[in-house]
Write a protein that binds this ligand. Structure first.
Ligand SMILES: [Zn+2]
Length: 394
């Protein structure tokens, strides 16, 4: 498939695709004083896959060029965060992610600031840990209990052990990873997050979100735009995974590739939705790459109906459309008494009171947590506005 005449041509071609998506991040000058404006801080979510490493190299090369052309000034300041999941999935032997990140920082001559966040940091703030329970016998039987007596550290493997199937485990791990990337962006005061998802990955995510009952968030999650007050971009959306893999080889940075080795089982029945879809696209990408781009372009045409929704799922933190699963769930739960911490409030009402905190779980999370019970950092008491306020940069 890759029949580029020479290395430089190929490298320039891919960099051009990334730069087209990030045309706004150029060096800007104040019109009155002609001095360069303070560049925005951007955060790269680095998974240490070929794709995210390609994007890192492209961003550093862009910074380098900008500094040369604009007397040391740049259009953005680059931060890189990696979520270390070594306690969940083993990394290739002998590779410590902190050491890899340090080596990357040195290789790129301090062009970026690197941060390594352990996945268990998700539970670092035990003040907001609540206990989530879903019996699984009745779809409406779910609740959160304040659980402030938790002793010891909560680990992500503990939480995942309570979730039944691999699809849902990986689904929650992704929620945790993304929450940590957002937290890092907030702490570092970054206004933009760049994700290394290639066109192939975006196509996989489109089908997998659909299959997992999360179809309503496809445009919200996979388009460039604001989430939690931070702008999100997918600069590799026109690049295939095979091209990113080739790019990493050509630029001799494959020694940094260190994907946690999540081994897909050979038995078809044991595979997750993500495994199946990844296999499907891996085959299709070789012969019919246009199908991959059709999936991504079709997803991009969907209208985002949840971005303005005022409800946020207590588990995945994504907005939910109150006209569909959430409304449906409320209708089901209306005859049951809501879990209450206030014993005096025993009236037989037909629904939660208006100012009572409402428990909202999106359809995707409801399906994924079937029969599970685990501690979780919850946004149960936060309206979307409160979450946004929290993310507002000071
Ligand atoms: Zn959810």
């Amino acid at each position: 498939m890759l029949t580029y005449i020479n290395r430089d041509c190929f490298v320039r071609f891919l960099r051009g695709k990334q730069r087209k998506q990030m045309a706004d991040y150029k060096v800007c000058y104040d019109p009155s004083t002609s001095t360069p404006q303070i560049p925005p801080k951007i955060l790269l979510a680095l998974s240490l896959s070929e794709s995210s490493l390609s994007l890192l190299e492209m961003l550093v090369s862009l910074l380098h060029e900008q500094r040369e052309m604009h007397r040391g000034n740049s259009g953005f300041e680059l931060f890189v965060v990696h979520v270390d999941q070594s306690n969940v999935y083993p990394y290739p032997s002998g590779m410590e992610s902190t050491a890899i990140l340090e080596s990357i920082r040195q290789t790129y001559n301090d062009m970026c600031t690197t941060i390594c966040t352990p996945v268990d940091d998700f539970f670092a703030d035990t003040r907001s840990v609540l206990h989530f329970m879903h019996s699984g016998s009745d779809i409406a039987d779910y609740s959160f209990l304040a659980d402030l007596t938790l002793d010891g550290k909560i680990t992500v493997p503990d939480v995942l052990a309570n979730i039944r199937d691999r699809t849902s485990k990986l689904d929650f791990l992704q929620t945790i990873r993304e929450a940590l990337v957002f937290n890092a962006a907030k702490e570092l005061q970054c206004t933009t997050i760049v994700w290394g998802d290639t066109m192939s990955r975006l196509a996989e995510k489109t089908l997998s979100l659909t299959a997992k009952g999360r179809g309503s968030v496809i445009p919200y999650l996979l388009s460039d735009g604001f989430r939690n007050g931070i702008y999100n971009i997918y600069p590799l959306r026109e690049i295939l995974r095979a091209e990113a893999e080739e790019y990493v080889k050509m630029l001799d940075i494959s020694n940094y590739v260190s994907k946690p080795s999540v081994k897909a089982p050979n038995v078809l029945r044991m595979m997750t939705i993500d495994d199946l879809i990844a296999n499907y696209f891996a085959d299709i990408e070789k012969g019919f790459p246009s199908i991959v781009s059709t999936v991504v372009r079709t997803a991009a045409k969907l209208t985002d109906k949840v971005a303005d929704a005022s409800n946020i799922c207590a588990l995945c933190g994504l907005p939910c459309d109150d006209k569909t699963p959430e409304r449906w769930l409320q209708d089901i739960t209306v005859n049951q008494s809501a879990p209450s911490f206030d014993a005096t409030n025993e009236q037989d009402d037909i629904g939660p009171e208006m100012d009572e905190p409402r428990l909202i779980i999106c359809y995707g999370c409801l399906v994924a947590t079937n029969g599970a019970s685990f501690p979780w950092i919850s946004t149960i008491r936060n309206s979307k506005e409160e979450v946004l306020d929290e993310y507002e940069l000071h």
